[in-house]
Design a protein around this ligand. Structure first.
Ligand SMILES: [Zn+2]
Length: 294
């Protein structure tokens, strides 16, 4: 792949103020009540067609930009528990608080990994953002990734998985060998993956639905629930129609720091939509980023 930059997965999360899950509990209740719509029916129909065809619907969930404890982070943990949905949280190592405490995050549900270094854009103005674009000096890239690993090991110990999530889902392929050489076995960006391994030994597992619209006036807004359902329905259908070897887990992308009430409601509604549906499973990061069969 020339580059993994994806234009519609803009995520300026690191620049967003820490908007946490205010009134989250009330919001979740509302989210559970409102979920009935023709678009949801379309999604459910696709899920049932996959089940009838014997094609498992494999979901996974990634949240980006963790730097500190907050009500939003607590809300994230709460949703993972409620739906028994495993979650991979990508931490910005160079911005993370020394006081970050992940001990409340259930080890069987929530894993952590590295989200770049400091979430700094090095690309020229006007183009897609990237911390690790083509123009970066490989030695600087390696030094930053290594510094991030050191920071995360100090903060998280063995809670950190060897998975690399580049900021803005953008990472130039010329730096992939650095990621592999630093010991990572997984890479995650956005959009249909071009192949199952970015390079040998580096499993590629992407997200496919970003629940936020980053360009909305006044800051990030949730994608409308019906749009999210229809997009997921299309992805479920596409996965069903692919050869088995090309199938990939379907990833939901959230950003807890940039989410306000309606975004929490959307996330909860989407998790509800898949809950208890036969043939649907939520994969752990260990399953999503499994090594190749021996
Ligand atoms: Zn980010």
């Amino acid at each position: 792949m020339a580059t993994t930059t994806v234009a519609n997965a803009r995520q300026d999360g690191a620049a967003v103020e820490d908007a946490t899950g205010r009134s989250h509990q009330a919001d979740v209740r509302r989210g559970a009540e409102i979920r009935s719509s023709p678009a949801l029916d379309v999604l459910r129909t696709e899920l049932h067609l996959s089940r009838d065809a014997g094609v498992p619907v494999r979901m996974w969930w990634r949240d980006d930009d963790l730097v500190a404890n907050s009500r939003g982070f607590d809300a994230l943990i709460g949703l993972a528990r409620t739906f028994r949905a495993p979650l991979l949280v990508a931490i910005i190592p160079g911005l993370a608080s020394e006081a970050l405490d992940v001990s409340e995050a259930d080890p069987d549900l929530i894993d952590f990994c590295q989200h770049g270094w400091r979430h700094i854009n090095h690309q020229p103005l006007g183009g897609g953002k990237s911390e690790f674009g083509a123009g970066r000096d490989p030695e600087a890239v390696e030094a930053e990734i290594a510094a991030g690993q050191v920071a995360l090991a100090r903060l998280l110990g063995d809670r950190s998985r060897p998975i690399f999530v580049p900021p803005w889902n953008a990472f130039d392929e010329r730096h992939l060998d650095i990621v592999r050489a630093r010991g990572f076995t997984g890479l995650s960006t956005f959009g249909p993956r071009p192949r199952a391994f970015a390079v040998d030994g580096l499993r590629l597992a992407n997200t496919h639905l970003d629940i936020l619209q980053w360009e909305a006036p006044g800051g990030p807004r949730p994608v409308p629930f019906d749009d999210a359902c229809l997009r997921l329905a299309r992805i479920v259908r596409e996965q069903r129609e692919k050869p088995e070897a090309d199938a990939e887990p379907i990833g939901i992308l959230s950003h807890h720091r940039a989410m306000r009430e309606e975004s929490w409601s959307l996330l909860e509604g989407l998790l509800s939509a898949f809950a208890g549906v036969p043939g649907v499973s939520w994969l752990t990061p260990s399953q999503v980023f499994a090594p190749p069969p021996a």
